[in-house]
Write a protein that binds this ligand. Sequence first.
Ligand code: ADP
Ligand code: MG
Length: 360
Amino acid sequence: MIKVRNLAKHFGELVVLRDVSVDIKKGEIITVIGPSGTGKSTFLRCLNLLETPTGGQIFIDDIPLLDKNTNIPKLRQKMGMVFQGFNLFAHLTVLENLTLGPIKLLGKKKEEANKKAMELLKLVGLAEKAHAFPDELSGGQKQRVAIARCMAMEPEILLFDEPTSALDPTMVSEVLAVIRRLAREGMTMIIVTHEMEFARNISSRVFYMDEGIIYEEGPPNQIFENPLKEKTKAFINRIRSLHYAITSENYDLYAMQAEMEAFCEKHGLTKKVAGFVALMAEEVLGLQKDFADVKLGLAYSEKDGTVEMLCESSGLPENPFDEGVMADDIGIKLIKGRCKSVDYDYKDGKNVLLLKVKGE
Ligand code: ADP
Ligand code: MG
């Protein structure tokens, strides 16, 4: 359905896409991951000509997109794009947002457009908001309307550029659920996302972008569990862990806890587990005698579904988990009660504490 050959995009001296070649079949669900600034958005924008490629070729159903004689607007209609921001028309109702394009650009009659729009609003769970205005909706609802509006143009391919990254964490899942629903209905989709658990579950293939190319591509199992190439491995390891370096007692515990909870939920752990992890961080930090040099890390282990919390510090008491020592400490009790294992060691002049929190 989409054939990309030697696609390049430069911005002046900056080479963002060096040489991208790839084939995407009808019904495939591709997720695109990678560090920021590696050209993921640029790749999507080139596909629907929001950017003009510097070189290479793109074929949609064997029609060359970059050929002068190609009917671009027609080809473009095959592709719908959903952005981070929702870009709804604020002065139009939800229903009008959905029918404007079909009436003006597809020449549909109003009744027909309304009927289709209502079907789509049902699909995204927002039929009862048809006559509301965008600013009466939550971020998650707006994004679902934006997806429905895209679908109203009857595209054959949907492109998503980080559709959930502008949303509050509580609204991410409703939008992902809608995308999943479209996937089940056989829509061809290319999705740039940071939601790794989602990417893993939904994709037929994952593209890891780096160095101006699709650096590694493969089924989700390969990319997330056994990446073959160096940079993919490093990226996957990085997103599986969080690191904090604390150097004074004035650290922001609450921000750290919120980030840890989001991290856990991204990896598909329940809110309950995420809450435990945040609590463990608080308890571990509560054990410190001083905060001059504390390193706290969180890692998710795919294999046994546990979250490991590692604390290296010169401020930890000597052996807090030994019988008798600090036995009455509430923090110690909590940690012992809720962790699958607690290891404590002294290494290179530092105390090292490793907790494994059960992932249920
Ligand atoms: P990603 O989506 O992977 O984070 P982008 O495709 O947005 O990356 O951007 C890749 C690089 O291209 C970045 O360094 C960005 O600053 C640059 N870039 C993107 N769009 C433009 C533009 N219109 N003009 C100049 N530089 C751009
Ligand atoms: Mg981007």
